[in-house]
Design a protein around this ligand. Structure first.
Ligand SMILES: NC(=O)c1ccc[n+]([C@@H]2O[C@H](COP(=O)([O-])OP(=O)(O)OC[C@H]3O[C@@H](n4cnc5c(N)ncnc54)[C@H](O)[C@@H]3O)[C@@H](O)[C@H]2O)c1
Length: 438
């Protein structure tokens, strides 16, 4: 019993005096901001990534993630607080290992936990007494206990006594100017009470507010509930946009007016569909898990269907607008404005713009795009370079489609020079209103 307390207590003490070394596995959109937070809090951080490019760039003091600036990385590297490595055998060095690897879907929309398994296997190779392992990647409830725990205990070490295992979902919202890794409350669930206590002590110096929950399953489910909540509500307003279109009512006027209700309503906005690494993917993790238990998650499936159909809906609107001008889609020039999956970021993963472009190209349109954050768009069969947004490029297009409402687009210019605009985000009206308020 004394030994149990001493292993946990010694890690807690190391967290409190910042002598604990933090390892971050996977230095992407989630892992790098977390590494920087730990560095800022005074810890020495060792970052691990399988990509030599990522490791080299970071060790040169440059950032490849938009939310983290290169000077921040450079300062931490210079101060000896951060280094990156490809050498996973060095996982024995850190006292804490936080796993932030991708959790994509397979082609059949089943969870692809191969990255989590690979990272777990690397941790297992060098697991030692006194280490805390935390999974941050979004995944289905049960992953930490069912996949990671047996592998790690396969070393002969005992969880909660020799080593500690927890799940703490990352909630980073790339491009959000207000909420970041540091000030967004962080949920923590442990396999045992000691695991949670140690994990709380480790995150406490780096994160403003921690929210303990009773198990890793609860923590895993919190993240999926949050993203399913968004997916379902976005699906609902997307359906409302189609309903309003059919009724000849302005959906944006309806949403703005509904949002004046001071209670019981939360504003979500329609658009071209959902993108990014989270909302289109995470609910499928839960749906899959529930299928294994013979339960069909109907809300998740319906919202996913509606959101996935939105690019087709908006392309239908483009076809209609071209038709009104007496033009066939085949041979028409369509300029897509904004291709990132959401405003003011450079991430194109799962972006609905990719579907919009493909669907237009399939109908024979000649598609170009402008995005101040994405200079080159490469995804499977798409390879395009961003064109400038000026009076010539706008006037040359038979139709302009606003897919992503980046802040630094001159919407007044779009309105002045484009022949026809299909605006999936109501960006023109918002910019007009903003201009009037100035
Ligand atoms: N991007 C977001 O906005 C966001 C927000 C919250 C949660 N998440 C979740 O966080 C997790 C990571 O997402 P991300 O956006 O940071 O992914 P990412 O692709 O930006 O970064 C993942 C990094 O992990 C590296 N990697 C892959 N396998 C590895 C291994 N075995 N060992 C070491 N490094 C490895 C990759 O090279 C890559 O650099 C996912 O589960 C995602 O769902 C993402």
């Amino acid at each position: 019993m004394t030994a149990v307390l001493s292993t946990a207590d010694s890690l807690v003490a190391k967290a409190q005096d910042r002598s604990a070394v933090i390892g971050i596995v996977g230095l992407g959109y989630v892992g790098l901001p977390l590494a920087v937070e730990f560095g800022r809090a005074g810890f020495r951080v060792l970052g691990f990534d399988v990509s030599a490019g990522v490791v080299d760039v970071l060790n040169q003091g440059r950032s490849h993630v938009q939310d983290v600036s290169s000077p921040e990385v450079a300062a931490l590297v210079k101060a000896g607080k951060f280094a990156a490595t490809k050498d996973l055998a060095r996982l024995r060095e850190p006292d804490v290992v936080s796993i932030c690897v991708p959790t994509p879907l397979s082609k059949t929309k089943d969870p692809d936990v191969s990255y989590v398994l690979a990272a777990t296997n690397s941790v297992k190779q060098s697991l030692r007494r006194g280490q805390l392992i935390v999974l941050e990647s979004t995944t289905y409830p049960g992953t930490t206990r069912e996949l990671m725990l047996p592998a790690l205990e396969g070393t002969g070490l005992k969880v909660g006594e020799d080593f500690f295992l927890a799940f703490s979902p990352e909630r980073v919202d790339p491009g959000n100017p207000k909420w970041n890794t540091h000030n967004t409350p962080k949920v923590v669930g442990g396999i045992t009470e000691a695991c949670r206590r140690v994990a709380m002590a480790v995150y406490e110096p780096a994160i403003e507010r921690l929210v303990p929950v009773s198990s890793t399953e609860a923590a895993e489910l919190v993240k999926i509930l949050e993203n399913t909540f968004r997916s379902v509500n976005i699906g609902l307003v997307n359906e409302m946009a189609i309903v309003c279109d059919k009724l000849g009512v302005d959906v944006w006027e309806v949403i703005e007016a509904a949002a004046t209700k001071p209670f019981g309503f939360m504003k979500f906005t329609p658009g071209p569909g959902v993108g990014g690494h989270c909302i289109p993917l995470d609910p499928h993790y839960l749906a899959w898990k529930m299928r294994t238990l013979n339960y069909r998650t109907r809300f998740i499936e319906l919202a996913g269907e509606i959101n996935a159909e939105m690019p087709e809906y908006w392309v239908g609107r483009v076809v209609d607008r071209l038709n009104e001008q007496g033009r066939a889609t085949r041979g028409s020039k369509v300029l897509v404005v904004g291709v990132a999956y959401k405003k003011d970021i450079d991430d194109i993963r799962e972006s609905p713009a990719l579907d919009v472009i493909r669907l237009l190209q399939r109908r024979g349109a000649s598609v170009s795009y402008h995005d101040p954050h994405v200079r080159r768009l490469r995804d499977e069969d798409i390879d395009l370079a961003s064109v400038p947004l000026n009076s010539e490029t706008l006037a040359a297009a038979d139709c302009v489609v606003i897919v992503t409402d980046h802040s630094d687009i001159d919407y007044a210019l779009v309105e002045r020079c484009a022949r026809v605009v299909v605006d999936t985000r109501n960006a023109l009206a918002k910019a007009r209103r903003h201009g009037e308020e100035q």
